[in-house]
Ligand binder design. Structure first.
Ligand SMILES: [Zn+2]
Length: 310
């Protein structure tokens, strides 16, 4: 049973009329944008230096999502919430954090003074909490993508195991960040078991499919990522783009892809949550226990590695 996302349409997306402090793109005022009082920059992103790139892609507008009832985004699976205007895109990155590739994606986004949503795998967050902290420090939105990237439609999993994958993913990312992420979730392989869609609705967690898949995980070269994405985007005219900061090709493709977005007149929309996710204490505790498992060696590096000549 699909949750009735349409019922919560009215309150789900708030539109800020102004860009963020580091946006170089003038605010776009549309008929649906409320003429709200200016939103303090601090509420939109951590304090940042002004954008140094006068020709940056920037951020056209910021939308705030009320995740009550678990709204779904991305027309591949959820058709109720069509909030993007023509030529608007949302950049999303899955499966990180990962060494080299995630920091490379962060640098490219910073060079263009723009932003995305990072759907982190719980286990990866526990491996590389410092990288995930960099994602947060740069002002990007962080959601989750299960604990171990299990495909939740797998019939071998019990309903409880599916819930565990979701909840442990959120608790792991919270542990890594030292703060709760957004209640934003993407199912691995975009496989949506109906009972988990219902469950996320009860947890007030928004679900993200996509409007267009870059198929970067299938690409053998960065150019393919760019070509597939731009071809689909030019056909659709707007959309939530699915990419992976986990993949080297994506990190390598991103500078040119963002240039092409800018040259093509596309604008980036930042999606933020109205409130952080409420994790469940049992899973928070489980993560802490996992992290405290003895490692292969707890000896300090100086007692293991000594320079004997230089
Ligand atoms: Zn994934």
């Amino acid at each position: 049973m699909r949750i009735a996302a349409g019922l919560i349409f009215a309150g789900v997306v708030s539109l800020y009329a102004s860009g963020t402090a580091w946006s170089q793109t003038p605010a776009t005022r549309g008929v649906t944008a409320p003429q709200a009082a200016p939103v303090p920059a601090a509420a939109l992103a951590p304090a940042k230096a002004p954008c140094a790139n006068p020709n940056a892609l920037g951020i056209a507008r910021v939308v705030e999502i009320d995740t009550t009832g678990g709204p779904g985004f991305g027309f591949e699976h959820f058709k109720q919430l069509d909030f993007l205007r023509d030529k608007e895109v949302v950049l999303t990155f899955d499966d990180g954090p990962w060494p080299l590739n995630t920091p490379s994606v962060l640098k490219t986004l910073a060079d263009e003074c723009t932003t995305g949503i990072f759907f982190s795998i719980g286990k990866h967050a526990t491996y590389y909490p410092e990288i995930l902290k960099q994602v947060a420090a740069a002002g990007h939105t962080i959601g989750t993508h299960t604990w171990s990237h299990a495909t939740l439609t797998n019939k071998k999993l019990t309903e409880q195991q599916r819930k565990d994958e979701i909840e442990k993913g959120f608790s792991a990312v919270k542990w890594a960040l030292g703060a709760s992420p957004a209640p934003f979730f993407r199912f691995p392989a975009l496989q949506h078991p109906p009972e988990m869609v219902t469950y996320l609705g009860t947890r007030n967690i928004a679900m993200f499919s996509c409007d267009l898949d870059s198929f970067d995980f299938k690409a053998s070269k960065p150019q393919q990522v760019i070509d597939v994405t731009m071809k689909k985007l030019d056909k659709l005219g707007k959309g939530i783009i699915l990419m992976h900061d986990f993949h080297k090709h994506t990190a390598e493709a991103l500078p040119e892809l963002l240039r092409k977005l800018k040259d093509g007149g596309y604008k980036v929309v930042q999606m933020k949550a109205k409130a952080p996710v409420q994790t469940i204490a049992q899973y928070d505790e489980e993560i802490v226990k996992d992290i405290k498992l003895p490692t292969v060696s707890s000896r300090p590096v100086s007692s293991v590695v000594q320079t004997i000549s230089e």
